[in-house]
Design a protein around this ligand. Structure first.
Ligand SMILES: C[S@@+](CC[C@H](N)C(=O)[O-])C[C@H]1O[C@@H](n2cnc3c(N)ncnc32)[C@H](O)[C@@H]1O
Length: 221
């Protein structure tokens, strides 16, 4: 199975996640927007890590069930501990997000979430990712992705430097994300075109801070 992270990288990321707090706000924005379309009964979080995004949706929609998905045992252990109170509502699936169709996830999902994982994909892999996610989402359902994008040379450098100064209270965390990036992230325009190609519509950026953005889209009803 192709994995971008080692278990050591996963462990080091868990102890150095300074931006997590900032991302509580866009995660709640996402849940509030999805709530405008009615109840959610089934939600999946791809590359869920400690399950923070999934937890916000399980809280917002108390009768929903969730699928936690990731490639890492370290992350599953952390999520099982952090989400212990939700255990009866969660199904745990390990697998590679490059091959979502191979995971045999249930179809007809109301929402598929992802956060801070697709920036590792090439634009071509991103198309495959959204195409496979699209197969899981019911008509009228949502895809929600909170991730980092490449903003072009000037803004990428500027955002990185400004963000580092804002999060300077943890020098270890601000100097490393705990894992490696060997190529630029896809641009927001790559997400928009891949979502449209995957037959999502109503594609919209609902929030952005520095190079991190929340993109949402719906399957036609
Ligand atoms: C930066 S963390 C983000 C975790 C969580 N979504 C969040 O925002 O808090 C990236 C996650 O992607 C997972 N991951 C990396 N490669 C993966 C792959 N090929 N398939 C599924 N998950 C993967 C890692 O194990 C990790 O949990």
């Amino acid at each position: 199975m192709a994995k971008q992270w080692t278990e050591d990288e996963a462990q080091s990321w868990l102890t150095a996640d300074v931006a997590g707090e900032m991302l509580d706000f866009p995660r709640r924005i996402a849940a509030s927007i999805v709530a405008t379309s009615g109840e959610v009964s089934k939600v999946a979080d791809i590359a869920s890590g400690p399950g923070t995004f999934l937890k916000i949706f399980l809280d917002k929609f108390p009768s929903s069930t969730g699928i936690w998905q990731d490639a890492s045992q370290t992350m599953e252990d952390a999520a099982r501990e952090g989400l212990a109170a939700y255990a009866s509502r969660i199904t745990w699936v390990q697998g590679d997000m490059h091959h979502i169709s191979a995971m045999e996830l249930p179809v007809g999902l109301d929402v598929v979430l992802c956060s801070r994982a697709t920036h590792h994909l090439t634009p071509g892999e991103l198309k495959t990712f959204y195409g496979e996610v699209s197969q899981l989402v019911r008509p009228g359902g949502w895809v929600v992705n909170l991730d980092h994008a490449y903003m072009g040379h000037y803004w990428d450098e500027t955002f990185r430097s400004a963000r580092k100064s804002l999060f300077a209270r943890s020098s270890k965390a601000s100097s490393t994300s705990g894992h490696h990036h060997d190529k630029p992230a896809p641009a927001i325009s790559d997400h928009v075109s891949a979502l449209l190609e995957a037959e999502f519509n109503e594609v919209q950026t609902a929030w952005q801070a520095y190079y991190t953005f929340l993109i949402m889209a719906r399957k036609p009803s």
